[in-house]
Design a protein around this ligand. Sequence first.
Ligand code: SAH
Length: 351
Amino acid sequence: MKQSLYGYTLEGLQQLVLELGYKKFNGEQILRWLYQSQVTNIDDMTNLSLPVREALKEKYEIFLPEIVKKQVSDDGTIKYLLKMKDGSLVETVLMRYVYGNAVCVSSQVGCNMGCSFCASGLLKKVRDLTPSEMVAEVMTVQHDLNKSNERVSHIVIMGIGEPFDNYDNVMQFIYCINEAKGLAIGARHISVSTCGLVPKIRQLANEKLQINLAISLHAPNNEIRNKIMKVNHAYDMDLLKEALVEYCQKTNRRLTFEYILLNGINDQSEHASQLAKWLEGTNSYVNLIPYNSVDESSYRRSEEKNINNFYNLLKKYKINVTIRREFGKDIEAACGQLRAKSEVRKHENNC
Ligand code: SAH
């Protein structure tokens, strides 16, 4: 089976052409063709000599997934359901901000973290996505945006999957899209979100990368977090805090904490004060997320007055806090729902 040319860094492409018996500088040419000219055919790489192109074509291709479904929201959000070579379905979302176009990338097919409120975990992890598949998610959206002369400017690795459960592939993906002569997405425009795999947070602190780290916290204490996030049994909030304080000291970066407000579970006044206390010593801000209801779960979105109360209390405690803008309200919005529903449909059709 042919390998995809996506997902390599400049160094990786240089290595690849050297192994084929050609020149190192061909690597940079290929990088530019893939990400600046955005060709989808090796034959179109016209400044490569014919033998180089032929040698490339023998082993490689430029793989773009099939768009199985595309939903466009009134607010411009676009949700794609993509089919990889082995038939795996992956969700990718384009979100439009005033400052640019962000692509929300999935890092795995399914997820094993088992957070009780999340649709992604309804279907267990099937496999990790490769760097080339994650790049292909971005390039699929970029090709679509080319029609309106727009550019993907930001990447958030917050789609289906736990990026730190696929750490090496995710890092290679990041180094690839960050490549100055390639897509050139600045590290400060790249965010990765984790449910809190502590050893990988420590590992990230040692990468020389200025990316943004977001933590899905969703609870103000261990008792609540244990109930809603399985990962807390492995790495509780004390271990998490210790690693994050170190991360802030080492990197000088500001953390984002995501906190879904679940009606009656974690949205009371005492929870806001516990959260503020826990955040002491971190350089961070909190993004409050209105819950997207998932059919299969009994959780409900907090009432408006409780959301506002929680927000105001955090402000009073001098916490930097925002309420997340909602995207694509009119399309199947919660992460993982589109894929979960398609997989269920597929299953029903097979039975
Ligand atoms: N595994 C990673 C990234 C994927 S989830 C992580 O846990 O961070 C991306 C974000 O969406 C997480 O903060 C997750 O908790 C949140 N999320 C999951 N289901 C949601 C829902 N139904 N409504 C709102 N946010 C949800």
